[in-house]
Design a protein around this ligand. Structure first.
Ligand code: BV8
Ligand code: ZN
Length: 242
């Protein structure tokens, strides 16, 4: 069992999760099958160019991921983070790169999906219609729903080459934190992989949790090697205010 991480009454925690936190729920990570997802290369199908060239293929990819996510349950890592939010309240900011809903289903409420959400869609034309909840499965061009403005409905997902959501809010929260913990992310994708350096420059403690050292391991002051579902429960020791 790793040494517990002490959280003092003055500490503010910024947690960034990646695909590794959903691995024990049965959702494959991006780098497990070196970016291959049932035959799709993520960098080829999660891009605006792929959408322009073959919207049907993109919707088939996300429909498959919707099916996968519907058949999965949160794991102890998700529950441990929901409990941490109950203990810390607004002293915890949870930012996830994941598009699955497992953090919410485990009870996390204060959560930001910086790369979008699998079960939300939006108009491709940015006509002003906000993104909306959508569990639809679209497997052919004829299935792809249309917006009232006539444009096609696309997944509310941040693709490679697109700007992640709420970056200003993220950097504000990183600037306020005294500790940044990254859980289950290989440190391949930017700007998320650069958050640890930003936090370090601000003097925060930096912690990585996962079974193997990430690409940006040198940026972390502490590394806890282990599966999130096994090491997260009980890892944080929250000091009660005096
Ligand atoms: C942007 C939605 C500009 C899609 C995703 C060249 C160099 C550097 C950067 C770039 C470059 N060329 C292009 C770029 C930029 C690019 C990028 O970083 N590309 C990479 C591939 C090089 N980034 C972008 O395009 C981003 N946008 O840069 O805009 C900008 C930015 C800021 C301000 C202004 C302008 C947009 C990136 C978003 C792409 N969309 N997701 C979808 O899901 O379909 S990214 C995708 O990868 C997922 O969100 C995923 O979460 C994310 C990162 O992957 P990880 O989560 O880290 O998953 P991975 O499989 O890699 O690692 C899993 C880890 O879990 C492993 O380490 C493993 O050890 C661990 N693990 C396994 N089991 C467990 C575990 N951990 C704990 N417990 C376990 N049981
Ligand atoms: Zn529209």
């Amino acid at each position: 069992m790793p040494t517990p991480i002490e959280i003092s009454p003055r500490d503010r925690l910024f947690v960034l999760t990646g695909a590794g936190v959903s691995a024990e729920s049965g959702l494959p990570t991006f780098r497990d099958n070196n970016g291959l997802w049932n035959g799709y290369r993520v960098e080829e199908v999660a891009t605006p160019e792929a959408w322009t060239d073959d919207a049907e293929k993109v919707w088939r990819f996300y429909s498959m991921r919707r099916r996968d996510a519907l058949s999965c349950e949160p794991n102890p890592a998700h529950y441990a983070l929901a409990e941490l939010e109950r203990d810390l309240g607004d002293r915890l900011f949870l930012c996830t790169q994941n598009v699955d809903p497992l953090h919410e289903r485990a009870g996390s409420k204060r959560l930001l999906h910086m790369h979008g959400e699998l079960f939300r869609s939006r108009c491709e034309a940015e006509c002003g219609r906000p993104d909306f909840a959508d569990e639809g499965i679209y497997e052919s061009a004829a299935d792809i729903p249309r917006c009232e403005c006539g444009a096609r409905i696309r997944p509310h997902i941040v693709w490679f080459g697109e700007i992640p959501l709420e970056m200003d809010r993220i950097y504000t929260e990183i600037d306020r934190c005294t500790m940044l913990a990254v859980i289950g992310s290989s440190g391949t994708v930017y700007p998320a992989a650069g958050f640890v350096e930003w936090a370090r420059r601000g003097g925060a403690r930096t912690l990585y949790i996962g079974p193997e050292r990430p690409l940006n391991a040198s940026m972390f002051s502490e590394v806890v090697l282990g599966k999130a579902g096994e090491v997260l429960p009980g890892l944080f020791n929250i000091a009660k205010p005096a």
